[in-house]
Design a protein around this ligand. Structure first.
Ligand code: GAL
Length: 933
């Protein structure tokens, strides 16, 4: 067996230890390396003098304009035959070479560290073999003391894209080979700190420091801010220290204490966060209080760099999370660059740290056997990965849960990882979603559970997966539940986040969860003619791939936050204003509301008529509060539509709510004679113009460009039923001086089912009114994406409206939407999703102004319901046909949609479909619009 096709975890490696900042000397070996790519694994080692140049860290497939191969995207499936531990003969192998001058350090040992190399690599120094590294997102250290020479040293690293280890790294992401994290030469002083772990616990207001140090004694630990300085002469003296009153660490107030651990020749810098994690019964507690996870799954993905760390980019990303009220990250599905965790400690995010392990492709096809989780040949490599995970990251206060990996079968190797972790770190619970029976882990976890399943999980505890025996169900019932993935944020969506949050808050056993996922993984590339675009699966000519399933984040590839993220921020906002104005509750875990500024604002017809601060005594974490609103905040004396908005701001919006104080007066729709300046086609009865504004229509529209969720929810039925190709047969046109009446039968080729539509135009004060009456025939058997009418205009650039905004919203994703006055360019109304799809709907429109030339008012029905609108430069049919945004050619037309109903979004790309209460079922609709030019 070759080293890249064996089961071993590597060779000649040093034992794993903490990744720390140390005073010991280091030499970064990042930079330009010589590079040669081979199409197979066992090429001869050649003279590197005429090789290409490649930066390290990097993924070679993201360099060389295709000369070094291309990225491949698959979700579950392996991109080669499943034949473990063997991999294809066609195994891209990158030889990386550089020289360095040995620094003249006063040290004892030289260590070579690789922080991340995908997937298996062999290292030579000055022609001698150093060792073999595996575990792509885990560090490996080699002692090279006996191989370095004074002066110039030659370092060669041969990296194989495919290896036995690849079978354990089947995460849903791009396959990106290369030395993608730092390479460092470390000088290890003779009187050094070999490893250190300083646990900082919080108990009843006091801190306890539990140190574990190996190295050359005497060793001193100091925490200046706590006046702690203790020197141990030997390992036997190392003992816990009680340090008195401390400020605890929590995601909301991430208080860190600088700490140093020093031997004679080395000082290690740590930052202590005092916190105690515990599971009591079915409650997950930090510092004695239940934690609710408002989390996201975070992959390492950068549109240009792939998984290479970029400090500014990551900091911006994590700050964006904080600005959207997110308090937790699951590091799906591997340990990130270690500096990400330093930022989590500093900015305050609870972290579920996941090991680099996934074997999902073994489930892909029934003909595949040999589940690695159960196969003893893989045991060492499983265990090794977990040990390296825990040892590397054990000092971070932000990490509150260890996760064994993702989507591997359950089995004895997983159990061995859990057992080792429990024994090594009793201070953090162990998570693994596939341990359905809670046989060896501490939390009950599921992904994409339906609402019905969640209710079962929260009550009887015997959820559908697992077919548990009674004793297993009891065990599971006694665990805290975490939804490790939910709310699949692919394209426009996800829907029902508010429904999920309501369920989490209903049942004490539930602890929230982690949205799948934070960011789209689009890779910036170019078409043949040089047009830049963000690529997904298939765009690099892969033989097998999973298309745009890799574009499922709440942040678009260019960094734009999606409306789904705004919705999540509103749903999980820390301040929840009650149904009655003047009431609120806090979702904060630890902090009170003293840093929060509260305001009220009253608007009439969308125009602000009063605003002021709200005085409020600090509300304790998890507590409720009452506040007084002055009479002018609640005044409804003025005619018009009156709203009270209360808002909580702490750097960004941490809660808001709107209360409707009064409804608008009813508009008079009394016909006044004439047609308000509207001109119609005498043959079809279609509108041609209002005044001097060219506008044609209306045309009934049922179709929307399917969202990613629609497609996987059976949206194909919409096409099969012909909603995208409706034909309109005029049955009757009647035009008089005072009214136009057009009856149309709308149906698709081959279908008997239809919709009978009547358009009735008549003059009203200052304009022309249109009543649309749509009645479906019997026989409809699919939901309707929308029920509305479409108009076409030659051009529109700027719009302003009184309605809901500022962003798009849908029936099951409307928590972030507010009623107010907004303006926008037509282009900014719509979101550039990685695959074009429905976007831009804003329900509950009162009034819409197009370029200051045409105004369209809606009329509420008996229940107060009003239609919504969207504007697009393309029809839904054109949008549905485009695979990428750049494929939508420039257009000089604008389509206005006024929809009396739109189907919800759901999460069916992975998870539940639109709930019935948000679905758009075929039904009769009547609605009225008033046009004023
Ligand atoms: C889960 C998996 C994730 C991702 C997601 C769908 O099954 O854990 O890695 O594939 O589904 O996008």
């Amino acid at each position: 067996m070759t080293y890249y096709e064996d089961f071993s975890p590597g060779s000649n490696r040093l034992p794993p230890r903490s990744w720390v900042r140390s005073s010991a000397p280091v030499l970064s070996l990042n930079g330009d390396w010589k590079f040669k790519l081979w199409p197979y694994a066992d090429a001869p080692i050649e003279d590197p003098s005429d090789w290409d140049i490649l930066p390290v860290p990097s993924h070679w497939v993201l360099h060389g304009d295709g000369r070094y191969g291309r990225p491949i995207y698959t979700n579950i499936k392996y991109p080669f035959p499943v034949d473990p531990p063997y991999v294809p003969d066609e195994n891209p192998t990158g030889d990386h070479f550089r020289t360095f001058t040995l620094p003249s350090w006063d040290i004892d040992r030289y260590v070579l560290r690789f922080d991340g190399v995908e997937s298996t690599y062999k290292v030579w120094l000055n022609g001698s073999e150093v060792g073999v590294g595996k575990g792509s997102r885990l560090p490996t250290e080699f002692d090279v003391t006996d191989l370095v020479v004074p002066g110039e040293n030659a370092l060669l690293v041969r990296v194989h894209q495919w290896s036995a280890a690849t079978y354990l790294e089947d995460q849903d992401q791009w396959w990106l080979p290369g030395i993608f994290r730092d390479v460092t030469l470390l000088g290890r002083p003779s009187k050094r700190i070999d490893d250190v772990w300083v646990q900082a616990e919080f108990s009843g207001g006091s801190g306890v420091i539990r140190p574990e140090v190996t190295g050359t004694f005497p060793i001193t630990l100091s925490v200046p801010d706590l006046d702690v300085s203790v020197t141990w002469q030997s390992a036997a003296e190392v003992a816990p220290l009680t340090v008195g009153a401390v400020e605890p660490w929590c995601a909301e107030s991430p208080h860190l204490y600088a700490c140093t651990v020093s031997s004679a020749d080395e000082t290690v810098h740590l930052r202590l966060g005092f916190r105690t994690v515990a599971i009591e019964g079915d409650q997950f507690l930090v510092n004695g209080r239940k934690v609710m996870f408002y989390g996201v799954n975070r992959h390492e993905t950068h549109p240009v760099l792939g998984r290479v760390f970029d400090a500014d980019y990551v900091r911006r990303d994590l700050l964006l999370m904080k600005q959207h009220n997110i308090n937790a990250i699951r590091t799906s599905h591997y340990p990130p660059d270690p500096r990400v965790l330093e930022l989590c400690d500093e900015l305050g995010l609870w972290v579920m740290l996941e090991c680099d392990l996934e074997t999902h492709g073994f489930e892909f096809d029934d003909s595949i056997v040999d589940n690695p989780s159960e196969d003893v040949r893989w045991r060492d490599q499983f265990l090794d990965r977990m040990q390296r995970t825990v040892e590397r990251d054990k000092n971070h206060p932000s990490i509150v849960i260890w996760s064994l990996g993702n989507e591997c079968a359950t089995g004895r190797n997983m159990a061995a990882m859990a057992q080792w972790t429990h024994q090594r770190d009793p201070g953090r619970p162990v998570h693994f979603e596939r341990d359905h029976a809670s046989a060896y882990t501490d939390m009950h976890s599921r992904m994409y559970a339906t609402f019905a399943e969640l209710a079962v999980i929260a009550t009887t505890g015997n959820a559908s997966e697992g077919n548990l025996r009674p004793e297993e169900a009891v065990r599971q019932r006694n665990r805290p539940f975490v939804h490790c993935e939910y709310g699949h944020a692919m394209g426009n969506g996800p829907g029902s986040l508010a429904d999920y949050q309501a369920v989490y808050e209903q049942y004490p056993r539930l602890h929230g969860g982690f949205i799948w996922e934070w960011r789209d993984h689009g890779i910036l590339t170019k078409t043949a003619d040089g047009t830049p675009f963000y690529a997904y699966g298939g765009d690099f000519g892969e033989v097998v791939h999973d298309g745009n399933f890799v574009m499922d984040g709440m942040v678009l590839p260019d960094g734009t936050p999606s409306p789904g993220l705004a919705e999540y921020a509103a749903v999980i906002a820390p301040i929840v204003f009650g149904d009655e104005p003047g009431t609120l509750r806090s979702r904060y875990h630890y902090i009170d509301t003293s840093a929060v500024r509260f305001t009220w604002t009253r608007t009439v017809d969308g125009v602000e008529v009063g605003t002021d601060e709200i005085e409020l005594n600090p509300v304790p974490p998890g507590g409720s509060g009452l506040f007084e609103l002055p009479p002018e905040a609640l005044d409804v004396a003025v005619s018009g539509e009156t709203w009270l908005t209360v808002e909580a701001v702490s750097g960004h919006v941490v809660g808001f709510r709107q209360y409707k104080l009064s409804a608008p007066e009813r508009v008079s729709l009394a016909p006044v004679g004439g047609l308000g300046g509207a001109v119609f086609d005498p043959r079809t009865g279609s509108l041609l113009r209002i005044g001097d504004v060219e506008i044609s229509g209306p045309r009934l529209e049922l179709f929307r460009a399917p969202t990613d969720n629609d497609i996987r929810a059976g949206g194909w039925l919409w096409n099969e039923r012909g909603l995208d190709r409706l034909e309109h047969r005029i049955r009757h046109v009647e035009i008089t001086d005072d009214s136009v009446q057009v009856s149309v039968r709308v149906a698709a080729a081959t279908a008997g089912r239809c919709i009978e539509v009547t358009y009735h135009w008549f003059g009203v004060a200052d304009g022309v009114a249109l009543t649309v009456d749509a009645v479906p025939s019997q026989g409809w058997d699919c939901t309707w994406p929308r029920l509305g009418v479409r108009f076409e205009l030659p051009t529109v650039d700027q719009v302003s409206w009184f309605g809901t905004g500022p962003l798009e919203s849908y029936s099951d994703s409307s928590t972030a939407a507010r009623v107010g006055r907004f303006d926008s360019s037509v282009d900014d109304l719509n979101v550039i999703y990685s695959k074009p799809q429905e976007t831009g709907h804003r329900p509950d429109l009162r009034s819409l102004d197009l370029d200051g030339r045409l105004r369209i008012d809606t009329v509420p029905d008996r229940t107060g319901h009003r239609p919504g609108f969207s504007l697009s430069r393309h029809t839904p049919q054109q949008i549905a046909a485009a695979a990428h945004p750049h494929e939508l050619s420039a257009s000089d037309r604008v389509h206005l949609f006024v929809d009396n109903a739109q189907h919800g979004l759901g999460s069916a790309a992975c998870g539940p479909d639109v709930l019935p209460q948000y679905a758009n079922y075929p039904a009769s609709h009547t609605f009225t619009l008033v046009f004023k030019a």
